[in-house]
Design a binder for this molecule. Structure first.
Ligand SMILES: Cc1cc2nc3c(=O)[nH]c(=O)nc-3n(C[C@H](O)[C@H](O)[C@H](O)COP(=O)(O)OP(=O)(O)OC[C@H]3O[C@@H](n4cnc5c(N)ncnc54)[C@H](O)[C@@H]3O)c2cc1C
Length: 294
């Protein structure tokens, strides 16, 4: 068969290892892997994938994705080009490309004296990934600050989605178009020093409670409700420290699984299964995944 992305060789590779591009650092390669340099590349490569019947997946910072051991039979498209990384501030609005790291955006808003997004301090990944999954914490989520999002729709046309048309609930959004390109946030003006102080406080608490510095992927499960946390259920089920192969339930935060050297994606999947069964048997809650499994 002719290579389906032959004329895109400058930015499409075959059989690309994905583990180094995810925070779990596990799993196999992508059959095809694109690093589009601009929106024209993006549209062209996605259109070709469609014509050839090849599924595609967008990869941001890889902080919420577990790739299975055999890899992904799809085109994986990495959002990283400077073309998707512009940031501009006008009064209390900030417009940002989807490839911008969320932490960089938060620092920039704080320096510009814009408050709101600092509640997301310590959440890794890109703006695109955060919008897709309505990233957040107990202090709140990204959704309420969004005024507009620019996307590529399923015909790969650029579309604007306005605030009234957007829905952010729990760790989900209705941004289900193939690509989130950029977004605009409406924030409130405040002294940079007080915003930075809040960022520092949030960061200290996060570092104490989450296992940073390990191979992991943030919370594995969604909370069953606002007042029942998945982590507390897993802890009460006595599963902190439980291991399967190289994967272990973190003893710092029970909703995190950490991968030790030599771990396989399959070890994590087994442990996920074990946790779901135990929590169901003991408490009658079906834990739903927050982690995306590819
Ligand atoms: C140590 C650690 C702590 C964490 N703490 C938190 C936390 O407190 N709160 C929280 O909510 N999350 C947390 N997470 C999870 C993760 O950081 C967030 O879900 C993050 O927003 C994902 O962004 P990403 O760019 O890494 O997305 P990825 O992991 O790359 O992708 C996640 C999903 O978004 C899609 N996607 C990514 N970019 C785009 C785009 N431009 N267009 C369309 N789709 C896209 C992908 O296809 C995939 O379905 C944590 C993770 C880690 C590793």
């Amino acid at each position: 068969m002719q290579h389906p992305f032959k004329e895109f060789q400058e930015f499409v590779a075959e059989n690309q290892p994905l583990a180094p591009l995810t925070w779990f650092r596990l799993g196999g390669p992508a059959a095809y892997f694109a690093r589009p340099r601009n929106i024209e590349d993006m549209r062209a490569v996605l259109s070709r994938a469609n014509e050839a019947g090849i599924p595609y997946k967008l990869l941001g910072g890889g902080t919420n994705v577990l790739v299975r051991d055999p890899g992904v039979e799809a085109l994986v498209v990495l959002m990283e080009s400077p073309h998707f990384s512009d940031v501009s501030v006008v009064e209390n609005r900030i417009k940002t490309g989807a490839a911008v790291p969320l932490t960089a955006l938060i620092s920039q808003t704080a320096r510009a004296g814009l408050a709101g997004l600092e509640i997301l301090t310590g959440i890794p990944g890109t703006v695109g990934g955060a919008l897709r999954g309505n990233a957040g914490s107990r202090q709140g989520a990204i959704g309420p600050f969004v005024s507009r999002v620019t996307v590529l729709d399923s015909a790969f046309e650029v579309q604007e989605r306005e605030r009234d048309d957007l829905n952010f609930v729990d760790r989900e959004s209705n941004l289900d178009e193939p690509v989130i390109l950029s977004a605009e946030f409406e924030l409130s003006q405040e002294e940079p020093e007080s915003v930075v102080r809040r960022m520092r406080r949030i960061w200290i608490v996060k570092k104490e409670n989450q296992p940073y510095g390990h191979q992991s992927s943030g919370c594995i499960f969604k909370n069953p409700s606002a007042d029942i946390s998945a982590g507390a259920l897993i802890d009460q089920a006595g599963m902190k420290g439980t291991r399967h192969g190289g994967a272990e339930v973190s003893d710092r935060h029970a909703n995190f699984i950490i991968a030790h050297p030599g771990a396989k994606a399959d070890d994590v999947l087994h442990l996920i299964d074990q946790i779901q069964q135990r929590v169901w048997q003991q408490f009658g809650y079906e834990l739903e995944l927050q982690l995306r499994i590819w």
